[in-house]
Write a protein that binds this ligand. Structure first.
Ligand code: SP5
Ligand code: ZN
Length: 345
């Protein structure tokens, strides 16, 4: 299986993120996550590890607002200048906004801090010097995997870091900057009927948002109930799309303690909806934070459950583009990814 991955992911390495109460924690989305996956893949007989193609901004701008992309490109340099003026030790700092727009506001301020708030949904998407480059190459991994599948591969894996599914058309959040899976799906959808299945522990709010009024790409997310978990404001069962997209989005919020059987029942229901849509290609947002050992998950999914999830998805007999999202237990992450991908080999 072709695996697309860029070493430049490590250039995105903020030291901390901010949790509720202003608590600074070491980032969960650490570069070592990718090391865990790469070393597990290298121990298989089937992983062919490749660099992504350089596809410039074009496929990214098919999904993201040009002013948001421009903000992402310049934000850290602006922060270095302004942080300097404020007397901060900017070399070791990260850009995290502190003010966010009120409901109904669509004003985009000129100040860096105003724009940072406008283009960000929370304090868990810190920007450092290499964030933009890493995020661009992460998106290129997704499009490269899409192209491999378009060229006839049964499945390809985009080892994206930073992840993507919390990023919307014009916002970052939840460790995500560009929505890799949405970019791959939009790229594929010009030629193929495309569906996205999101199995990350968190609701794929960015993906939901991007395709919410579109009947072209069916989007389905299975996740922890947002009533208790990030991203809190989207991912509820009654959100099914709007306008022409009505009926083309579905959410499956699941309770704390969800085990393999519970999860596979929800997945089977989701897969029936995908079969009824009859896509010719499937993009999967692969978050391994659904595993029982993940530090920010309260599901009870085992590695055997993850194997079954792979078999269930593979049984659709569709070409599949798998994009890495979350998953923060570096001890099990590599093994779980290899277990899932094995279903497609
Ligand atoms: C891609 C992905 O998996 N992003 C996940 C982002 C989760 N961010 C956590 C936000 C912090 C919420 N506070 C949790 C309190 C836990 N007791
Ligand atoms: Zn997640």
């Amino acid at each position: 299986m072709k695996i697309f991955y860029s070493k430049n992911h490590y250039k995105h390495h903020p030291d901390f993120e901010i949790f509720e109460g202003g608590i600074k924690l070491p980032v969960f989305d650490s570069p070592s996550r990718v090391d865990s996956i790469i070393s597990a893949l290298k121990n298989t007989q089937w992983a062919e590890i490749l660099m992504p193609e350089n596809l410039d901004l074009k496929p990214i701008l098919e999904v993201h607002d040009v002013n948001y992309v421009t903000y992402m490109q310049s934000a850290f340099n602006e922060w270095m200048q302004q942080g300097g003026e404020l007397g901060l030790n900017y070399q070791s700092s990260v850009l995290i906004p502190a003010s966010f727009p009120p409901r109904r506001s669509h004003k985009i301020p000129k100040s860096l801090f105003g724009r940072a708030g406008y283009y960000t949904i929370g304090t868990n998407a810190p920007i450092v010097a290499g964030t933009y480059q890493a995020a661009i190459e992460s998106a290129h991994c997704a499009v490269s995997a899409a192209r491999a599948v378009s060229d006839g591969e049964r499945a390809a894996f985009a080892l994206c870091r930073p992840p993507g599914h919390h990023a919307g058309k014009d916002y970052c959040g939840g460790y995500c900057f560009f929505n890799n899976a949405a970019i791959a799906a939009r790229w594929l959808s010009s030629e193929y009927k495309t569906a996205i299945l999101d199995i990350d522990y968190h609701a794929g709010n960015g993906t939901q948002d991007i395709f919410y009024d579109s009947p072209d790409v069916l989007t389905i997310s299975i996740h922890a109930d947002p009533i208790n978990h990030f991203p809190s404001f989207m991912g509820y069962a009654d959100e099914t799309g709007e306008k022409a997209g009505k009926g083309y989005h579905r959410n499956f919020p699941l309770p704390a303690g969800t085990n393999d059987t519970d999860y596979l029942n929800a997945l089977a229901e989701a897969l029936l909806i995908i079969q009824a849509f009859a896509p010719s290609v499937l993009v999967v947002s692969v978050g391994m934070d659904l595993h029982k050992d993940d530090p920010i998950s309260d599901f009870q999914i085992t590695t055997n459950g993850i194997r079954e999830i792979g078999y269930y998805i593979a049984a659709l007999r569709l070409p599949v583009v798998l994009c890495m999202e979350g998953g923060y237990d570096t001890h099990t992450l590599g093994k779980n990814i290899v277990t899932l991908l094995s279903a497609f080999v």
